[in-house]
Design a protein around this ligand. Structure first.
Ligand SMILES: NC(=O)c1ccc[n+]([C@@H]2O[C@H](COP(=O)([O-])OP(=O)(O)OC[C@H]3O[C@@H](n4cnc5c(N)ncnc54)[C@H](OP(=O)(O)O)[C@@H]3O)[C@@H](O)[C@H]2O)c1
Length: 287
C-alpha cells in the first residue's frame, strides 16, 4: 500500500481527503496544530519538514497546508510567501516522489473566467501571487507533480469549522439576515466531489496541471439562495451586495470559475451539480 503525507490535514479539505483516501493508502496526517495522533508539521519550518520526511518516507505528499485567509495574506506577504511558496520548496527538497499541490482560481484576475489550464494567469492578490509562484516553481523543479486548481471549496459536517455553506445554513437557521455578494462568479466545489479525484490522479500518475470545480457557474448570492432552498430556510433573509461594499483588504477575482474538460477526459468523470452535492450534505448531517 502506498503512503501519503498530508499537510494541513485539519483544514476544510483535509477531512474529505482523509475520508476518501484512508482505505487505499497509508496516511500520515499532519498539521501545524496537532489533533489526535497527528504529526506536528509547520511546512515553513525546514528542519521539521526534513525530520518528518525522514521519519515517514512517504511515496506521495498531498500538500493542503497553506495560508488561505486572503486578507491576512495581503497584510502579511512575507508570512504568506514563507508558507505558500517556501513551504512547498521545503517539502520538495530531497523528496523525489509524487507531489500533489492544491491550487486556486485566485491565480487569475477574474476578468474573463471561467478559465482553463492554458489561460493566462494574472493574480491580483498576495494569496493568488504566492499560490501561482508555488505552481510555477513546481512545474519547473519537480516534474512528478500534480497541480489541482479548484475554487470556492465548501463542506458541512459535524467537524466543519468554517465554510460558506455552514455560515449560510447556521445564520438562516437562527433567523439572522445575511448579505452576500452577487458579483463574484465561480463554480463552487464540494470537498467530497474533489477528494475522490486525488486517488484517481495518483493511480494514473497524472503529472500535470488540472482544473476542477463542480458543474454550475454561479454568483455567490445565487449560491446562498440554492443553499437556503435545499435546507428549507428563508431565502428572504439573504440580500445581495457588491464586493466593493465589503471594503476587503485584498481584491477578489470577480468573473472567475474553472473549466473542467481536461480532468473530465483524463479521469472519465462528470462534475456533480451544486444541488446534488447540497442534498447529499443535508442527508449526511441528519445521519
Ligand atoms: N477553500 C477554498 O475555497 C480553496 C479554493 C482553492 C484552493 N484551495 C487550496 O486548497 C488547500 C486546502 O484548503 P482548505 O480550504 O482546506 O484551507 P484551510 O481550511 O485553511 O486549511 C489549511 C490548513 O493548513 C494549515 N496550515 C496553515 N499554515 C500551515 C503551515 N505553516 N504548515 C502546515 N499547515 C499549515 C491550516 O492550519 P490553521 O487553520 O491552524 O492555520 C489548515 O489546517 C489550500 O492549499 C488552499 O490554498 C482552497
Amino acid at each position: 500500500m502506498k503512503s501519503i503525507l498530508l499537510t494541513g490535514s485539519y483544514g476544510q479539505f483535509g477531512e474529505a481527503c482523509i475520508k476518501h483516501l484512508k482505505s487505499n493508502f497509508k496516511l500520515f496526517i499532519s498539521d501545524v496544530i496537532v489533533l489526535d495522533n497527528g504529526i506536528q508539521l509547520d511546512i515553513a519550518d525546514e528542519k521539521t519538514v526534513d525530520q518528518v520526511l525522514a521519519e515517514t518516507n512517504p511515496d506521495i505528499i498531498l500538500n493542503l497546508g497553506a495560508m488561505t485567509d486572503v486578507d491576512k495574506c495581503e497584510n502579511d506577504p512575507s508570512m504568506a510567501r514563507a508558507i505558500n511558496v517556501d513551504g512547498v520548496k521545503n517539502l520538495c527538497r530531497g523528496f523525489g516522489g509524487h507531489f500533489i499541490q492544491i491550487s486556486t482560481d485566485y491565480v487569475f484576475d477574474g476578468i474573463a473566467g471561467p478559465y482553463d489550464e492554458l489561460d493566462e494567469t494574472n493574480p491580483i492578490s498576495v494569496y493568488g501571487r504566492t499560490k501561482l509562484d508555488a505552481d510555477e516553481w513546481l512545474r519547473a523543479n519537480h516534474t512528478r507533480t500534480t497541480i489541482l486548481r479548484t475554487n470556492v471549496l465548501y463542506s458541512y459536517t459535524k467537524l466543519t469549522q468554517a465554510s460558506f455553506v455552514k455560515w449560510v445554513v447556521d445564520s438562516l437557521s437562527q433567523g439572522k439576515k445575511i448579505n452576500v455578494v452577487d458579483d463574484q462568479w465561480n463554480n463552487p466545489t464540494w470537498t467530497e466531489s474533489l477528494a475522490p479525484l486525488i486517488g484517481k490522479l495518483i493511480n494514473i500518475k497524472a503529472f500535470d496541471l488540472f482544473h476542477y470545480g463542480d458543474a454550475d457557474l454561479m454568483n455567490r448570492y445565487d449560491f446562498a439562495l440554492i443553499i437556503a432552498k435545499v435546507f428549507d430556510l428563508d431565502t428572504n433573509l439573504v440580500s445581495p451586495i457588491s464586493t466593493a461594499d465589503l471594503n476587503q483588504t485584498a481584491p477578489r477575482p470577480l468573473r472567475s470559475g474553472l473549466k473542467t474538460e481536461k480532468i473530465e477526459s483524463a479521469l472519465g468523470i462528470v462534475p456533480n451539480s451544486v444541488e446534488t452535492c447540497l442534498e447529499k450534505i443535508r442527508k449526511q448531517l441528519v445521519k
